[in-house]
Design a protein around this ligand. Structure first.
Ligand code: KIV
Ligand code: ZN
Length: 388
């Protein structure tokens, strides 16, 4: 049987860290329920120790959600970990996600700690967390810019202390797909107890490569969990987008050979909900969920799609939650698409000559108007009737 790729959604935590994207408890609960319908494996509900409000969000989501694991982020210290455990208490399936920076830059300038101090704190925090939960994820923040020998030492130690998932963040979106993939593979090969943990990727999109890097982490590195957000929401240029990574693995199953448990028909509703809640508009040409993702405007493409959809569609619009694909009528459209729309609108023309005349008027109008809507077509045909 094919390996499963675990989908870890962090819209409610890393996504919310996007400036202007903060959400109320009720909004987060609504999104968490949609993520559960989507069948994501893990929902990162928030960062319980960061505020009383976030604590309440994690608590409410842990109580409400039954089919996904609910996770809270925590810094690698006892107070944060205890707060996360308290917020998650009573949840059906829960996880504590610890993080501590391991790159030379972050250790020296941000934490003002020596590598040995970081090593010790990571180890002790994991031990403390493991006494409170059986499901512990550890993230070496800025992991991709960390020194590999030191990272191996830290990760081997936290796995020995009971971390069950090791997530390697590209915190600042600096990675390149092949390099990130080999970075993960190298860690897995060098750490003697690496197979005791699930390996995970967490990529930011500063260079527009978050999805490509995540996929390389899976394919080259052997990661089996991807951290992502709906619409790629997240700090700065965002995180790896859930809809893109999921549809890539599903559409190119021939290449990845992995199972994903996501019910993809809920993708577009999830995208809309997150966009409406945060006010972050989805760009029309965004893969999978953008308004134009399944729209065809050129006559040649429209003709092809009307004959066989897979001429210009590699996935079905309906499979990701659109009602159908969209033939956009405009100046590039051909007679075939125009005629098809007349049929869909229930308009019968008496002869081919009439179709030709209406099509000529349609082309004139399309030169003046970028998109022709159904009402325009009805008006065009009415015009013909009136003139005749
Ligand atoms: O980008 C990052 O490093 C994070 C960690 C907290 C996992 O979001
Ligand atoms: Zn992040």
């Amino acid at each position: 049987m094919a390996d499963k790729l675990i989908i870890f959604d962090t819209t409610l935590r890393d996504g919310e860290q996007s400036p202007g994207a903060s959400m109320t408890r009720d909004e987060k609960l609504r999104i968490a329920r949609q993520l559960e319908r989507l069948k994501v494996d893990v929902i990162e509900a928030g960062f319980a120790a960061s505020s009383n409000g976030d604590f309440e969000c994690v608590r409410a989501i842990a109580q409400a959600i039954k089919d996904s694991t609910v996770c809270s982020l925590a810094r690698a210290n006892d107070r944060d970990i205890a707060r996360a455990a308290e917020a998650l208490h009573g949840g059906r399936s829960t996880r504590i996600h610890l993080f501590l920076a391991t790159s030379p830059l972050h250790m020296e300038k941000k934490l003002r700690m020596t590598p040995d101090q970081v090593f010790e704190q990571a180890r002790l925090a994991t031990r403390f967390a493991r006494n409170l939960s059986g499901d512990i994820e550890f993230s070496p923040e800025d992991g991709y810019r960390s020194e590999p020998d030191f990272l191996c030492r830290v990760l081997e130690a936290v796995i020995a202390e009971g971390a069950t998932t090791i997530n390697v963040p590209d915190t600042v979106g600096y990675a390149i797909p092949e390099l990130y993939g080999s970075f993960i593979r190298n860690l897995r090969e060098r750490i003697p107890n690496s197979d005791k943990a699930v390996w995970s990727v967490h990529c930011h999109n500063d260079l527009g490569m978050a999805v490509a890097n995540s996929l390389a982490g899976v394919k080259i590195g052997g990661a089996r969990q991807v951290e992502c957000t709906i619409n790629g929401l997240g700090e700065r240029a965002g995180n790896c987008s859930l809809e893109e990574v999921v549809m890539a693995v599903k559409t190119r199953r021939d290449h990845f050979g992995l199972e994903v448990g996501i019910d993809t028909a809920h993708i577009v509703p999830a995208s809309r909900l997150v966009s409406q809640t945060t006010g972050f508009v989805v760009q029309p040409n965004k893969a999978v969920v953008g308004a134009n993702a399944f729209a065809h405007a050129s006559g040649i493409h429209q003709d092809g799609v009307l004959k066989a959809r897979d001429t210009y569609e590699i996935m079905r619009a309906e499979d990701v939650g659109w009602s159908t694909n969209r033939i956009v009528l405009g100046k590039l459209s051909g007679r075939n698409a125009f005629k098809q729309r007349l049929q869909e609108l229930g308009i019968e023309m008496a002869s081919e000559a009439e179709v030709n005349a209406a099509f000529a008027r349609f082309k004139d109008l399309a030169d003046r108007k970028s998109e022709i809507f159904d009402e325009d077509i009805t008006a065009l045909v009415m015009d013909e009737t009136v003139t005749a």
